[in-house]
Structures are given as C-alpha cells and as structure tokens.
Design a protein around this ligand. Structure first.
Ligand code: UDP
Ligand code: MG
Length: 330
C-alpha cells in the first residue's frame, strides 16, 4: 500500500481520507485496513486512514501501531479518555487532510467496497454522498424497529431533511468538512449537522453487514442518547407538541369543570365522583407538567453545555506514518 502512496504521488492528485472511530476493535482493524487497501489501491488516489481511537482496554492501539510500522498510510489519534463515537468523528475530520473524507465504522458493518462508488459520485460533483441501508443484518429486532421509528420521526419533524436510514457512513467533500468544523456542538449528531451544512447530496443504497468481530459498544441507552441528540437540537416539534397538548388539555379540563359545576348545581353533587374526577385531573396535569419539564430540560442542558465552551476533545497523542500527505495552505 505504501508503494501506491509514493509511486502515484502527484501534487495535483486528490487525497482521500478515511476517518474511522474505534473502541475495542482489535480483531477488526487488520481485515478493515486490508479491505480498504484493496478498494483504494486500484483507484490510484493518494489516501490516508485517520483512526480516531477511544482508549481501549484491548490491543487495538498496538495492532494499529504495527500497521503503521508496516508502512500503511495511517494517522492515529488517541483520545485522553473515551469520548464516544460522535465526538471522535469530529476530531477525526479535524485531522483529515483529504479533498474528500469518507467516514466508516471499524467493525466492517459498512462494507468498504462502497467507497469506490462514493468517490465516483464525488467525481460527478456531489459533495455529500450518503450510504443508505436497505437492510441490516445481525442486529437485534427491537433495536431495528426502534431505529426505523426514529428515522421516520426524524424525517417528519427535523427542520433540515435527514434522509432516512442513513447512518454515519458517508463521503464528505473537503468544503463540507470545513463548514462542518464551524459547528462546534457538543452533541454532534453528524447526520443532522451534515444536513444543516447542506451542499449537493446524493444517496447510494447498501446492505448493512453483521459485525466482523466483537459486539456493539453502543448500548440501547447510548443509541437513545444519539437519537435524542438527533431530534432535540434539530426540531421544535417536541416543544410545539407539548404546548399544543398542554393547551388543549387545559381547555378541555376547564370545559369539563364548568359542565360539572353546572350539572352539580342543577342535579346535586353525588358524594364520590368528584374525587375520581379530581384524581384524574391531577394525574393528567402532573403528567403534562413533568413531560414539559423533561423536554425543556433537554434544551436547557444542551444550551448550558454549549455555553460552557469546553474543548470538544483532548488529544493525547498523534502518531503518523512516514510520507503522509500534508495539509496545504487554504
Ligand atoms: N465506537 C467508538 N467509541 C465508542 C463506541 C463505539 O469509537 O465509545 C466506534 C466503534 O468502534 C465502531 C463505531 O463506533 O467503529 C460504531 O460502533 P458500534 O459498532 O459499537 O455501534 P453500532 O454499529 O451498533 O451502531
Ligand atoms: Mg457496528
């Protein structure tokens, strides 16, 4: 692979960066780099892999260091602590020098063979090429249903359209990456952010494979977090819904109370049912109040975190194999 790097080097040749977040992927790294190499070598581009590594208890780092020593075009960022996939991706993009950046998972669920097709679309002038899953293998049924529902909801209520069933597997033109880097949001829901940045976008379908090795490190709760991050900063619908439901219920409750009073005055109050009515009303109202507090809380927490203005990530070390392409002046 290193020969491809040097022999085909021309100053004008576009550079392709492949950005890969990873955590505990020791068994996947070698086949991954292998398959990416097989895809990239015949294309004749200058290319690099940017590994964004959450410090892992397994041998992922050692395996990558070996690959670097063998002359593979790899840049390895290791974070000072586990920051999770969304922020790792942002860091990876910050350090990629490519004219186009491909984002791909390390577990081979996203087949690297698609990269060639993505680059083709990019050459045709698309600045964002999204890989859209037509099927997902080897994933939990409940998880799939939840993911499906999430994408349907997101499509309906997001202020910027996010094509359904597109994950993070995508190609971004350098211009898009540059604009993305101005969105310093801690809750970096890349799909929403990319949609917010815009530019010429296309979608290519693919079948999502099962993991090559290991098991997912993103729990259901973690996925729910990501889903919420996808909805809250990109939609006012939850708050609107709350307002609408709350207001309607309040009006209905007022009308019912009036009717009850009129009925009571006309026919006399029985001694039990007002208590039941009151109980229901209290339950209903506290339900509304609590949901409202929850949703408003989501916004509050986020604005609080944004105003704290901490760095998004801290890089501990930065390793690079010899002869990597360098970022030129803008
Ligand atoms: N990942 C990461 N940090 C984490 C968890 C996951 O960088 O804390 C990486 C992981 O190595 C993989 C990608 O994010 O390359 C997707 O993770 P995973 O396969 O566990 O999630 P799923 O495919 O189930 O969404
Ligand atoms: Mg996976």
């Amino acid at each position: 692979m290193s020969e491809v790097q040097s022999s085909k080097f021309q100053p004008q040749s576009p550079v392709i960066s492949i950005v890969i977040p990873l955590y505990r992927e020791e068994k996947n790294v070698v086949p991954l780099v292998d398959r990416i190499g097989q895809v990239m070598a015949p294309l004749g581009y200058l290319w690099e892999i940017v590994f964004a590594l959450d410090p892992s208890p397994d041998r992922t780092r050692e395996v990558i260091m070996d690959l670097i020593a063998q002359g593979n075009p790899i840049r390895l960022l290791t974070f000072s602590r586990r920051i999770g996939k969304p922020l790792s991706l942002i860091a990876g993009l910050d350090h990629a020098v490519g004219d186009a950046c491909v984002i791909i998972d390390a577990d081979l669920q996203d087949p690297p063979e698609l990269i060639g097709e993505m680059i083709q679309k990019w050459k045709q002038g698309y600045q964002v090429v999204l890989a859209q899953r037509t099927s997902r293998k080897g994933e939990n049924f409940l998880y799939l249903k939840a993911a499906q529902a999430f994408y349907r909801i997101l499509e309906k209520i997001s202020e910027v359209p996010v094509p359904r069933d597109t994950g993070d597997y995508r190609l971004l033109d350098a211009r898009v990456v540059k604009e993305l880097s101005t969105f310093r949001e801690r809750h970096g829901f890349l799909r929403g952010l990319t949609a917010a940045v815009g530019f010429k976008t296309t979608v290519i379908p693919y079948e999502r494979e099962p993991r090559y090795s290991g098991k997912t490190q993103i729990s259901f709760a973690g996925a729910f977090d990501i889903a919420l991050d996808g909805i809250v900063p990109f939609s006012r619908v939850p708050v609107r819904l709350l307002l609408f439901t709350g207001a309607s219920l309040a009006v209905i409750a007022m009308v019912l109370a009036l009717l009850w009073i009129i009925l009571g005055v006309l026919t006399g109050f029985s001694d039990k049912w007002p208590f039941v009515a009151l109980g229901l009303l209290i339950t209903e109202l506290s339900g509304i109040v609590l949901t409202g507090m929850g949703i408003l809380g989501e916004y509050l927490v986020r604005s609080y975190e944004e105003t704290r203005d901490r760095p998004l990530y801290i890089i501990d070390t930065l390793e690079e194999s010899a002869g990597l392409p360098r970022k030129g002046p803008d």
